[in-house]
Design a protein. Sequence first.
Length: 251
Amino acid sequence: MKKRLVTATALALLASAPAHAQEFSDTQKKEIWNTVREYLVANPEVLLEAMAALESKRAAQTRDQQKVAIAGAKDTLYAAPEGATLGNPEGDVTLVEFFDYNCGYCKRAHADMNALLESDPNLRVVLHEIPVLGPESVAASKVSLAFRNLHPTQYGAFQSQLLMSRSTADEARAITVAKELGADEKALRAAMADPAIEAELDSAAQLAMALQISGTPSYVIGDEMVPGAVGADALAARIANMRDCGSASCS
């Protein structure tokens, strides 16, 4: 305990070194560094504790920043063009999903979303496409948004079919799915050329950056960001919390 206290004092002195550098001789500085080094070599778990504390602090800071970003982007985040919602359009709780058609975890999480929608008739889901996995994903999303604009009531079916496709989701595959659902390819390609498609993808990308989204799928519920394919139960718990206390996490 005494050794730990001495080392803590040494670390505190080193931390304040720029302000007090003139107070220590070279010999004293060397003695302090040696004390710290000896302690860390003898107790390396302290470094793990420090790293864990740092990661926890950074995670808390990120969550706080995300809450501020969510509050400032609610209009963009929760609003959706016609067809870009699943479930009950008048639902009492909204779950937002950011996804990429070529994301393996998004494919895995699709069953979770279906389970939530089937079990919760008052859930509203807003979909934001962020094609982060390359040009094939970008091309697939352009087809997807064009199809949604032409056939809004069938967007959910299109999204499900393309997302669960075993082949890479690219322009050709997306057009094939669209045609299977009744789209005219000529009309679809004309819709793809609409500058609004590119603008929507840019807006979604900027929104994802503002929310510090680092991968897909990512969800937003209330003022909370939920990264990754966390499973239906974890999402359902947050949905229940929204109804119970108005927040994704009830204290």
